[in-house]
Design a protein around this ligand. Structure first.
Ligand SMILES: Cc1cc2nc3c(=O)[nH]c(=O)nc-3n(C[C@H](O)[C@H](O)[C@H](O)COP(=O)(O)O)c2cc1C
Length: 334
């Protein structure tokens, strides 16, 4: 028997496969099904800053009916679409989920600004969440906003959330930072116990017939693993935080690569949305078989064994790799 256990954010997990936020966790039955299939923990879908602010503005509006300013303020918020589950409903679903399953359940907050809405971190904690994942998802479109201002805003948000809760805090971030290792280190200094690499940005498309900008959500495939894989390998041992890999985990090999690069856990959404519980069982049984076949006794033994600090050629993770890749292309094969 191989030992698949791992730890993440101080939680003891039976294996390194975690279900990352998705609409599946809106329903308690789905979380139970994922638990039965074997996931070691679930991160709930996110509660968005916009949802909380929208709701409190609506409340203000009703309380001060007749004052035009609130009605106007409401129109500043973009249509928040199908995210109709109210913040209260979110907390309720989290409580019910916690009661229904035995695996750790993490709450998720998605926002970019410090402010009253972050008290929801504490509400999520009070609802029984084992940890909180804070998703930093902002698209800087203002030409006057500098990268250091943006990073400072994020760091303030992380330290404000940290100050409001006592459960472990993970920060989920995008890959688009000029000096990612430095920012990662400062996130940890601001109070992050774990880093979740990376958010996937969903790029809009253009509908040429209707001349509209349309949302375009495509589920991932294993090719997308390599971006977080590289950065986990680089950050392992350099930042004092647990690491979670999200994006592109579809097969047992993907999960094993995540661990070998240095992740405590491999997170999956697209594979589970595409193939349901089968995806979970396939990844876990495949991992176990792989460990046995390659004479590993435990996941812990594998962790970080192919991080940048551990491999024979650390430069393969850096600029040198760029030239090598370009040179490896053979135009004669076209
Ligand atoms: C339909 C859908 C909904 C998602 N909702 C959230 C969310 O509420 N909060 C969040 O942090 N990530 C959300 N994600 C991102 C996933 O948690 C995950 O990080 C991303 O899909 C990359 O992992 P994957 O390659 O396994 O899909 C969502 C993804 C999808 C496809």
């Amino acid at each position: 028997m191989v030992d698949l256990t791992t730890t993440y954010l101080g939680l003891k997990l039976k294996n390194p496969l975690v279900a990352s936020p998705s609409p599946l966790s809106e329903k308690v039955e789905n979380v139970k099904r994922m638990e039965e299939a074997g996931v070691a923990a679930v991160v709930m879908y996110s509660l968005f800053e916009e949802q909380i602010i929208h709701e409190s503005l609506e409340l203000d509006y009703f309380l001060t009916r007749g004052t035009e300013s609130f009605a106007e303020a409401l129109t500043y918020f973009p249509n928040i679409g199908k995210f109709t589950l109210s913040p209260e409903k979110y907390v309720e679903t989290l409580k019910k989920t916690k009661l229904a399953v035995n695996i750790p359940v993490l709450g998720s907050l998605n926002g970019v600004s410090s402010g009253g809405w972050i008290e929801y971190g504490r509400k999520i904690q009070d609802a029984g969440a084992d940890a909180l994942e804070l998703n930093l998802y902002y698209l800087p479109v203002d030409v006057d906003l500098t990268s250091s201002q943006l990073e400072d805003n994020y760091l303030k948000l992380v330290s404000d959330v940290r100050a409001g809760i006592s459960i472990p805090l993970a920060v989920k971030l995008a890959p688009y930072f000029t000096a990612l290792p430095n920012f990662a280190k400062r996130l940890v200094d601001a109070g992050a116990d774990g880093l979740v690499l990376f958010n996937r940005f969903y790029q809009p498309d253009l509908d040429l017939e209707n001349l509209e900008v349309v949302p375009h959500l495509v589920l991932s495939n294993s090719d997308e693993l390599r971006l977080p894989l590289r950065w986990i390998a680089i950050l392992y041992g350099k930042v004092k935080a647990d690491l979670a890999l999200t994006s592109g985990v579809h097969t047992p090999e993907d999960a094993i690569k995540a661990i070998m690069a240095g992740a405590n856990v491999a997170m999956s959404t697209s594979a589970i949305l595409k193939r349901g519980s089968n995806a979970i069982q396939h990844i876990l049984t495949g991992m176990e078989e792989w460990l046995v076949a390659h004479e590993y006794e435990s996941v812990k033994q594998m962790r970080g064994s192919m991080s940048q600090g551990a491999v024979a050629e650390p430069a393969a993770f850096e600029r040198a790799n760029y030239m090598k890749v370009l040179n490896s292309f053979n135009p004669d094969s076209m």
